[in-house]
Ligand binder design. Sequence first.
Ligand SMILES: *Cc1c(COP(=O)(O)O)cnc(C)c1O
Length: 366
Amino acid sequence: MKYNERIANLPVYEAGKPVELVAREFGVASEDIVKLASNENPFGSSPLAVEAIKKCAQRASVYPDDSFYELKDALAFKFEMKQENFIIGSGSDQVIEFAIQALVNDKTAILHAGVTFAMYGIYASHAGAKVYRTKSATHDLEELSALYEEHKDEIKIIFLCLPNNPLGECLDASEVDKFIASVDSDTLVALDCAYMDFARFKDPAKAINPKDIIEKYPNVLYMGTFSKAYGLGGMRVGYGIANSEMIAQLHKLRAPFNITTPSLAAAIAALKDEDFVRRTLENNFSQMKLYEDFANANNIKFIPSYTNFITFFFDAPRDSSAICDALLRRGVILRNLRSYGLNAIRITIGRPEQNARVLAEFSKEL
Ligand SMILES: *Cc1c(COP(=O)(O)O)cnc(C)c1O
């Protein structure tokens, strides 16, 4: 078969290693494996969401409501906007894909920070588009502006990851506002706010209010997900918020029934359990202190994180690949950032007993 030339050079996204694989390969009992590699919620999902999923069993033969009325209604209430301002994706990943499909092609480009979420670049390459990234790893607005000015004719979308995965830093909302004001109104500014609940909890100066920013700037797309703070990574539900004209265009790219009946039910239920989210956030930042203390005591660098993970940076001879491999053999799965060109490891903040285990295993490798 002759495949499109474009796919020959496409990179493949490297997902975190599943528990089953580590159990098989290294003979560690599944219950002894700690997986803190994919920024999942260490407390699982809200019991309300679990209950809602169970109740769907009788309706497996029936397509879900394709308007996603009830979910959009709940989101519209939460964000004080209208249903017409929302698009639902199979994860916010899919919303990123819609935005790219809608705006870029093989003659245009996207722009983002030096080290950020890999899917922007992957979807852009699916569309044959060019990717401009800053030399700085973290979001540097001056550098982003300079690159934008230089390649303004090509750049159709600027992605800001707020806060940034996999580094953890977060721009202030006021800086983001000023930056958007400096961008042409026909360039989309896509705000990937997958971890915004965490950032808002730690520091209100990071909080971006989708309603305010979208009413002010029609060229902004805000993206959120149920995969992180809401604990529904396996359900694949995300959303985009924008003015109704943009949402109408994105909807043309959405296949019908793009999320499942249980996913829909789980997301609706999860929105009713803000207590679950609050407990998640409280645990996250109190436990993150243990990692910061450990890093400080052991000469490991880190960027203060506004997310549910912390990234440790190592200096040679310490080597992130060797450390990750050694921990993997003992059943601790973390995310090596070598593939980003960094001597660094990203660790999702877990439950207290998981974190204690990670730090104990880490000590043996330093
Ligand atoms: C996890 C994540 C997403 C979206 O995940 P979905 O599970 O597809 O909703 C988007 N952006 C970033 C930066 C993420 O880390």
